[in-house]
Structure formats: structure tokens, C-alpha cells
Design a protein. Sequence first.
Length: 197
Amino acid sequence: MEMIRTFIAIELPDELKRQLSDLQRKLKTDNQPGIRWVNPDSIHLTLKFLGNIRENDIGGITEAMIRATAQISPFFLETTTMGAFPNLKRIQVIWVGLGGEIDKLKRLQNLIENSLTKLNFKAEHRPFKPHLTLARLSKEVSMVELQRLGNFIANTTFDSSSKIIVKSVNLIKSELTRKGALYSRISSVGLSQKTQI
């Protein structure tokens, strides 16, 4: 049976993707071996990476998403500062942080996590750190380039006028190709329209 590489995520508005693309252009220089830039159209907020699933698992996963989202009403997020994992001196991932109704986001992510453990998906024990990944760096990146990127990130504010209105979560298929990952939506589940007390 064919296995499908998947994750659960919140998709971003087109205007924010354009602004993230502009930010990537400011970060880039002509010669940057070892830096893989995420296609702006593919940037999303991952809530849970599932890995390889079977096609007949899709229904159960979607049901778990429905149970989780039934307890959360729509909310908003906004971009904040730039940063890097693990830190600005040893950059492996460049990201944009998120603010707004983070408590609701974390509750949603936790509900999804708990719903999926009942389907025997391994629980993630690292704390959830919501972010939008701009680039991943390998060990090929020179110390000079790492320092330049670290300084740029430390001294750059990313002010986006585009809010993320979260109304749904999506199960996404990820196909790895030579040109990078290609994403396509498998299912989408809306958040509860009931007023939360």
C-alpha cells in the first residue's frame, strides 16, 4: 500500500506569503551554498508532523481533527520578530515568530496532539514553538555568512500588515522532489462557530 507523507497545518493568506517572499529577498546574497530557501507559496504553520500514513488512515485523522477543532472558535495570529534555531550564532533554521491569540493556538495544537495519540501517533514532547520557516542551513554555510545572517536577523524587524485569521486546519500531503517539497491539501476542517466562554 502506498504511503503518504503528511502533516497538519494552518495555511497562510497570499498577502503574507508575498511579504515573506520580500523578506527572503532581503536576506539573500548572490552566493549562498548550503542555504535552502522555503518556497514562499509553501510556507505554513505546522501543528503536527505525521510522517508516512496509509491512505485508509485519512478518515481517522480527519475525525481526530474534527474533535479537536470543535472546541476552538476562529482566532487571529500576527507575525512578530525574526529568529533562528538553535540560536543566532549557530543558525540551522531561519524563522518568523508569531503573536496574537497564541493561547488559543497552543490549545488547538494540544487538542490535535491529544486526539492523534489515541490513533497511536507518537506524542511530540518538545514544547510547541509556533513559527514560519524561511530557510534551512547546512554545515556548508561559511562562518562569515552565518555572522552576516545573524546580524541581519538581530537588527531586522518584520512588520507585516497581514493578519492570519485562523478558521480551519488542514491535512497536507508532502511530496519530496529534487526542486523541494510539493504540498497539496488532503482535507480541511473548520473551527467551531460556537461562541467560546
